[in-house]
Design a protein around this ligand. Structure first.
Ligand code: VGL
Ligand code: ZN
Length: 204
């Protein structure tokens, strides 16, 4: 099958979700194979940067007493267990890995800073949607961690905000607390309107 190459244009932005040390091997909440998103994301970063297009990186940026560490979040889902302490603001685990080639112009968006609220989505409790609309962004290319939590909620919010969303299929990995969570999340994103793209289809 012939696939048309993807050529990002004005109005496009790259949105990298929570690629942080704590979600990578050796981290407090390591996502299986999480490190494998870095190489494809670097290709998208290079392409967007060379084209002068916006790159956004969200980061989980929790206070030490964040509710997700003891399961007391006011907006937690039914039966959701707590997470290990992860991505505490200003700690090493919350840093972006050196291997992720983020340019200095990257728009960094911190989230999950309110102690009593879970915030998987990069749009929740941030002004990200307004900032993107103001800059004329219409399409978002999304990759990062984790497929079944922060990528899922960020993509669903982006669609609700009216952005066209392209999920970079090979640049996401899932926690899979329950087997199949990652696949179900991808289907849910597609059913909500996200389109799947692959790094091999990015024009060089
Ligand atoms: C995430 C669990 C807890 C994520 C953040 O980035 O997907 N998952 N906090
Ligand atoms: Zn978190």
């Amino acid at each position: 099958m012939q696939t048309r190459l993807i050529e990002p244009i004005t109005g496009d932005a790259l949105l990298i979700v929570d690629v942080q040390k704590d979600f990578l091997p050796g981290g407090a909440l390591a996502v299986p194979q999480g490190e494998q998103v870095i190489e494809p994301l670097n290709r998208w970063i290079e392409h967007f940067h060379a084209a002068g297009l916006l790159i956004i990186a969200t980061r989980d940026w929790h206070p030490p007493n964040h509710c997700s560490f003891d399961g007391s979040c006011r907006n937690r889902s039914e039966g959701e267990s707590p997470w290990p302490v992860h991505c505490v603001a200003e700690t090493e685990g919350a840093e972006f890995p050196a291997e992720l080639a983020l340019p200095k112009e990257t728009l960094v968006v911190s989230k999950g800073m309110q102690p009593d609220q879970e915030a998987y989505s990069g749009f929740q409790g941030t002004n990200l949607a307004t900032r993107l609309h103001k800059r004329g962004i219409e399409r978002l290319f999304v990759g990062g961690l984790a497929t079944d939590y922060c990528v899922l909620e960020t993509v669903l919010d982006a669609l609700r905000e009216g952005f066209q969303v392209f999920l970079i299929r090979d640049a996401v990995r899932a926690v899979n607390r329950q087997p199949g969570d990652g696949g179900r999340a991808i289907r849910q994103m597609q059913e909500s309107g996200a389109l799947l793209v692959h790094t091999r289809d990015l024009a060089t």
